[in-house]
Structure formats: structure tokens, C-alpha cells
Design a protein around this ligand. Structure first.
Ligand SMILES: [Zn+2]
Length: 326
């Protein structure tokens, strides 16, 4: 009887150990077969979402192996990492995220990384003059439950949508490569210069073309164009908040429909990764058209297949803005 009890105690005591052992076996098993997707002899970079991924690839070139966390066709505001992403990021040299409140999961993610991980975390938007949102907290985010998240939602995270801010982001990415791999500094500088030239050209194009428009007000579905409109002298009126799944209040839609009629606005902008239901509703209400304005938060599978990229999408954005603001 007593022996049985002791055996049971011993057995119960072993359960956490056995679970721990299985967990270790899973981790090392993954490590042996794929090394978490990391490559030797390259700077391994993990990025959170599309714009940072393409800028890191452009600057890192053949010296970098860049892995993007948020997959094609997925909208980044609601995405959160799983344990496999924590494991692979632990093995990388660089972890690049946007910051400015886009990836609310980053602080916990960094704490969860392997204790002996050497990964350097880079907040790519650092140095961009951030925009405080005027959006009120009332009913827009059901998940807001701490002072921290309230603060995050008040900062507009959409820095990359303005070529001017994208220039700052590219500079940060270049610096972080040089910091972890100084021997290849000149190669990073050279590739950065090519990307920088393209962004400067895009910036000049936005600047000169938009300066000639007769209108400056745009109506968009998701409030993602704060930096773009600030940097090029426009004003955005958003149906939804900073996060595209936030539902607007009926009185806000009515107010916006009145505004659209009063200002003689001809188009309502929507985006591909999020439902266009509200934009269509408002457009029908005001008897006007809808058109795409892309916040370049990610590619759809269709866009990926058609070899669209940050520059082609921004170029289309400019052309559509010109049509709407004439
Ligand atoms: Zn967004």
C-alpha cells in the first residue's frame, strides 16, 4: 500500500519532467532537420511584414537570408506569432519590426526568445516623426484592456506608406546590417544607395504630382494614410480606425456621407486585404465610385503572382490619387 503510494508520487513527480523532455526533443529535432530555416555564412534576418521584408532583401542582397513572418495575403494588424516563430527568430542575427504600435506582440515576443539568442531587435520606424491618432477609444477596439495597448492604438503605425518615412526606415535597416556584419559594409552601403535612389525618385514624384491637384481631401476605408497625407499636403477621412477591422459607428458613416456630398468627393478608397463592404456602402450612399488605395501592408497572392512590389503598388496609389484629386 505504502509502496504503491510512493510509486504514484514518484510517477506524478515525473510528469512535468517527461513533458519537458518531449518539448526539448521537439526543439532539437527541428534544429537538426532545418536549423529553423537559418543559413550559415549569411546574415539571417527575420522581418515582421512585407515592406520591411522587401527593404531588408534589397539592402542585404546576397549577404542576407531574409525570412518574413506574416504570410502572403494576411493583414498584419491581427497577426500574432506562434512558438515556431519564437524558435526560428532566436537563431537569427537580426529581427526587424516596424514598431510605432503596429506589432503589439513584440515586447512579449522578445522576452520569450531563447536566453542565449544573439538576435538584435531593430525598430525600423525609429526616427520617423510619429503621428498621434485623433481617433477616440470609444468603440473601436474591443481588445483594448491595458494602458499599454491604449497608448499603442493612439500612435499611427503606418509609417512605410509615405516614401519620406520609408527613406528613414531604409537607413535604419542599412545601419543594422552594418552593425552585425561590418566586414561587408561597402556592399550594404552600395545596395542601400540603389534603394534610396528609387525611394527619393518616388518621393519627388509624389511631391510634384500631388502639388498640382485641385483637391486635397481623400476618403479611405482604413486610417492607413496618415503619413502619406501629412508628407504630401493631403488630408484623410477614414471610415474605420487605425486597425481595419474596427467597426465604425452609424453616425460616423452618415457624417462622412454628408462630408463627401458637400466636398464633391468623387471616389472612396478601399484596400484589397480587407473587406470593401463599408467603402461600398458609403459609396452607394453618396452615389459615387470606389477605387483602390493600397497601404502596402502585404501582397495578395494575385499581386505576388503578377510580380507587384512596393514600388509598383505605390505608383498605382499615386495614379489613383491623381484621378481622385483632379
Ligand atoms: Zn493598417
Amino acid at each position: 500500500m505504502e509502496l504503491n503510494l510512493n510509486v504514484r508520487k514518484l510517477y506524478n513527480g515525473m510528469i512535468p519532467f517527461i513533458i519537458g523532455l518531449i518539448f526539448v526533443m521537439i526543439i532539437t529535432g527541428c534544429g537538426n532537420t532545418s536549423n529553423g530555416g537559418m543559413k550559415k555564412d549569411k546574415v539571417n534576418v527575420v522581418t515582421t511584414f512585407y515592406p520591411i521584408y522587401v527593404f531588408a532583401q534589397a539592402i542585404g542582397g546576397e549577404d542576407a537570408h531574409v525570412v518574413n513572418l506574416i504570410p502572403t495575403g494576411v493583414e498584419p494588424h491581427d497577426w500574432t506569432p506562434r512558438s515556431q516563430e519564437i524558435m526560428s527568430t532566436s537563431k537569427a542575427q537580426l529581427f526587424m519590426y516596424n514598431g510605432a504600435g503596429l506589432e503589439g506582440w513584440v515586447p512579449n515576443f522578445l522576452v520569450a526568445l531563447n536566453k542565449d539568442s544573439k538576435v538584435k531587435a531593430v525598430e525600423v520606424s525609429a526616427g520617423v516623426k510619429l503621428i498621434e491618432s485623433t481617433e477616440d477609444d470609444g468603440d473601436d477596439h474591443g481588445e483594448v484592456d491595458s494602458a499599454e495597448s491604449v497608448k499603442q492604438h493612439h500612435i499611427d503605425p503606418h509609417t512605410w506608406v509615405s516614401p519620406k518615412s520609408a527613406l528613414v526606415m531604409a537607413e535604419n535597416i542599412k545601419k543594422s546590417f552594418i552593425e552585425v556584419d561590418p566586414t561587408n559594409q561597402s556592399k550594404y552601403e552600395q545596395r542601400f544607395q540603389e534603394l534610396n535612389d528609387k525611394l527619393v525618385e518616388l518621393d519627388h514624384k509624389f511631391q510634384s504630382e500631388l502639388a498640382e491637384m485641385s483637391k486635397t481631401e481623400i476618403v479611405v476605408s482604413h486610417q492607413a494614410f496618415g503619413y502619406l497625407t501629412r508628407d504630401y499636403g493631403l488630408t484623410q477621412h477614414a471610415i474605420m480606425g487605425l486597425s481595419p477591422d474596427a467597426e465604425p459607428r452609424a453616425q460616423d458613416i452618415i457624417k462622412l456621407a454628408d462630408f463627401v456630398k458637400k466636398e464633391g468627393i468623387q471616389y472612396i478608397f478601399f484596400e484589397e486585404l480587407v473587406s470593401d463592404r463599408l467603402a461600398k456602402t458609403l459609396a452607394a450612399e453618396a452615389n459615387i465610385e470606389t477605387m483602390v488605395l493600397n497601404p502596402v501592408e502585404g501582397l495578395t497572392e494575385e499581386q505576388e503572382k503578377n510580380k507587384e512590389n512596393y514600388f509598383t503598388l505605390m505608383e498605382k496609389n499615386l495614379q489613383n490619387l491623381i484621378i481622385a484629386l483632379k
